[in-house]
Design a protein. Structure first.
Length: 216
């Protein structure tokens, strides 16, 4: 079981980013497309932690293999934390990245406080229900026009003052050192030997109750 991990995301950009970063680990990385079609996990949690847990545990139980899911989003101070857990569908259920960026710019029009941060909660679930979680954060500010061609989502609007660039102006290989997802993944990679040991223990825990074991 510990030799396969499924990346529990239907977002092709996110899958490519996760797979590239995790590609050097001694484990086979699979995606949802490698399994028969199933209903999507319901992401109705009020926090990033809840949604990451829902996705990882749902697919791990369904496919009987460890699943790694992340829930990420943009938190804008002047908007009371919005778009938050609704970041991917801020402009509607089938919103594109462009539409979400447009709505954000409309809501930020005329606001002096541009402070924002990205959050990523990364959760690994075993089929028996046990989970581990990590969290990454990236601080920046929202600019008024898109800059950059890399990345996806709100990256073209998210400016990092220390770098004098947006996330969309940073190549993926460099982005992982600064992004919220990259920082969460770095923790995962650094702990991978212990994670494999943990996964092996889960094979003998055939009926462990659903619970959360946070690892920071």
């Amino acid at each position: 079981m510990e030799n396969v991990i499924v990346l529990a995301t239907g977002n092709r950009n996110k899958f490519a980013e996760l797979r590239q970063v995790l590609g050097t680990l001694p484990v086979a990385i699979r995606g949802l497309a490698d399994f028969p079609p199933v209903p999507e996990a319901v992401e109705d949690g009020a926090t990033f932690q809840e949604n990451a847990y829902k996705k990882a545990s749902y697919y791990a139980k369904l496919f009987a293999v460890p699943c790694l899911a992340d829930d990420s989003g943009l938190v804008v101070d002047a908007l009371g934390g919005r778009p938050g857990v609704h970041s991917a569908r801020y402009a509607g259920p089938a919103a594109t990245d462009g539409a979400n960026c447009e709505r954000l710019l409309e809501e930020m029009a005329g606001l002096a406080d541009r402070a924002a941060h990205f959050v990523c909660v990364l959760t690994l679930a075993a089929p028996n229900g046990a989970i581990l979680s990590w969290e990454g954060r990236c601080d920046g500010e929202i600019i008024s026009t898109r800059q950059g061609e890399h990345g996806f989502g709100y990256d073209p609007l998210f400016f990092i003052p220390e770098l004098h660039r947006t996330l969309a102006e940073i190549p993926l290989a460099e982005k992982e050192a600064y992004s919220h997802r990259g920082r969460a993944l770095a923790q995962f990679i650094n702990e991978f030997d212990r994670i494999q040991q943990w996964l092996r223990r889960q094979t003998s825990a055939s009926s462990m109750p659903w619970q959360e074991a946070n690892r920071r």
